[in-house]
Design a protein around this ligand. Structure first.
Ligand SMILES: [Mg+2]
Length: 239
């Protein structure tokens, strides 16, 4: 595969859920949906496929994900149902969240980035992801350095609240005083990649499940092992 370095002075913006952390969001959505359907539409199926999850739910704010999940089950996503599902899903997610681990390739990538001094930053649409990641970084070689970079990326609250994804990406770039067109975004969700393109970042789609999702002009990798952290950026495949 031909490869190109991003050159000096590239900020590497890493999505957290699904890119670095193997977070149990999909099981929580499935169980949450089953519970809501049990109360309101017991004849419907709560099955959300991996593909449906990545196409319509992953990487979105919780309410948007809840509306999509209800739609997948064939239910009208009224504000009351959306809120109910969002709350139930969050409860179930938090029950399971302590089991969250870094993907092995993410661990290797972050170790290499810390070794090389790669300018990495972090971005998430979730209120929990930053905290979950913060608990797992100290186990890495460059844990303190990575923790500092996580805190600078997400700000004093550790998350951006429910802002749309493009705005979250703009805030990360601003937190580092870099213009978005000098940032590379690595994200496992198509919605994240499209948001990156919208704000002028150069995205790389991490297709861990081989879903064959593609965005024009966006390189796709199956694992973070295909990306090499460099002192000034990242070596990445050509789209
Ligand atoms: Mg993600």
């Amino acid at each position: 595969m031909s490869r190109a370095a991003t050159g000096e002075g590239t900020l590497v913006v890493l999505d957290i859920d699904g890119t670095l952390l193997d977070t149990p969001h999909l099981p929580a959505w499935r169980r949450g949906l089953a519970r809501v359907l049990g109360d309101h539409a017991p004849d419907r199926s709560a099955e959300i496929s991996v593909e449906q999850y990545h196409r319509h739910v992953a990487g979105r704010p919780r309410q948007v994900g809840a509306a999509a999940a209800l739609g997948i089950a064939g239910l009208d996503p009224t504000p009351e149902l959306v809120e109910e599902l969002a709350v139930v899903k969050q409860e179930l997610f938090l029950e399971q969240a302590e089991e969250t681990v870094l993907f092995p390739d993410a661990r290797d990538f972050l170790d290499a980035a810390a070794r090389e001094g790669t300018p990495v930053a972090f971005c998430t649409a979730s209120r929990n992801a930053g905290e979950l990641l913060a608990k797992r970084l100290p186990g890495l070689d460059g844990g303190d350095w990575l923790l500092d970079r996580l805190h600078q990326s997400l700000g004093p609250h550790g998350h951006y609240g429910d802002v749309p994804r493009p705005e979250a990406l703009r805030r990360v770039a601003r937190a580092w005083n870099w213009s978005p067109d000098r940032c590379v975004l690595v994200d496992d969700a198509l919605s994240g990649v499209l948001a990156g393109q919208e704000v002028g970042m150069r995205p790389v789609l991490l297709d861990r499940f081989g879903l064959g999702v593609a965005a024009p002009g966006c390189p796709v990798v199956a694992t973070l092992d295909e990306l090499r952290p460099l002192p000034g950026g990242l070596r990445l495949p050509v789209a």
